[in-house]
Design a protein around this ligand. Structure first.
Ligand code: F3S
Length: 281
């Protein structure tokens, strides 16, 4: 049987880098180690880290009580004020902010210092957007819906810098920009969408179109995994959605000649490898 694992299956570059940085701190023997928020939305990874002594900090209040040790900042990034607090407390920072997110922080800081209004296209409650807002000098606008963009009413001579949340939908971003473009402001659009998700989907479609069965691995409630499943199912009727290797029914797959594997953004490499090995048995 030929098994093809999508190259983009599982963690994106930024998340892999953040998870690696926690394991590397453990290996170095740093103590105590904290992450500000769970390093990834994957219970197995978070509990494995907890069993190795890594503590998850959930609030700024809790962060303010830390007096020593290492705090790891996850790939979503955080507002500038978090660095200020940690530096004041003399706590060591390991900054695992994804470089693509860091780039947005730099853009909004520089452009707002020049006096531009910052408009973030994204979901206001998402930690990444909260982090970006926290690098803006002054207030930032956050818009995710057509109606909000249509209602936007700023002085005619406003100069606006537009950025986007890295995981925002590309077509929706384009559409929202088209609405503001008609309003006659002086705008500078920086498309900061990361294409990791898009690439994963394109590759899933490609692999699933060539195999007899496709396996999609990811958490039950993971919306990006569900999306991958839908894409694969359209190409390959024999598509299975599993969480771990134990959900795999090998009897159903035994007689097949080719299988494809992909995985959602929060699926660790070892789970993908276990499924891969099992298929080759
Ligand atoms: Fe991942 Fe960084 Fe893109 S965290 S989705 S590689 S912005």
């Amino acid at each position: 049987m030929e098994v093809t694992v999508a190259k983009s299956a599982g963690f994106c570059f930024g998340v892999q880098r953040a998870v690696d940085s926690v394991y590397s701190e453990i290996a170095k023997g740093s103590k105590p180690i904290y992450t500000f928020g769970p390093i990834i939305h994957n219970e197995q990874v978070v509990s494995d880290l907890e069993s190795k002594g890594v503590q998850v900090i959930h609030s700024i209040e809790a962060l303010q009580t830390i007096q020593n040790g290492t705090v790891i900042i996850r790939s979503h990034g955080v507002p500038k004020v978090i660095y200020d607090i940690l530096e004041k407390q003399g706590v060591r920072i390991v900054d695992a902010t994804c470089p693509f997110v860091k780039k947005i922080h730099n853009i909004v800081r520089q452009e707002s210092e020049k006096g531009k209004i910052i408009l973030i296209i994204g979901n206001a409650n998402h930690p990444e957007v909260e982090g970006i807002k926290g690098w803006v000098k002054g207030e930032a606008l956050v818009i995710s819906q057509k109606e909000e963009m249509e209602k936007l009413d700023l002085p005619k001579d406003s100069s606006i810098c537009i950025v986007s949340q890295t995981t925002f939908n590309h077509n929706k971003f384009k559409y929202l920009v088209e609405i503001i473009e008609k309003k006659g402001y002086d705008i500078n659009v920086v498309n900061t969408i990361c294409n990791a998700t898009h690439l994963r989907q394109v590759e899933a479609k490609e692999v699933s179109s060539k195999v007899e069965a496709m396996i999609v691995i990811g958490g039950k409630h993971s919306s990006n995994t569900q999306k991958l499943y839908d894409i694969c199912k359209e190409e390959c009727d024999n598509t299975y959605y599993i969480q771990t290797v134990s959900d795999l029914d090998l009897c159903e797959l035994k007689s097949l000649k080719s299988i494809g594997i992909t995985a959602g953004a929060s699926t660790p490499k070892n789970i993908i490898e276990e499924v891969h090995t099992e298929c080759q048995k």
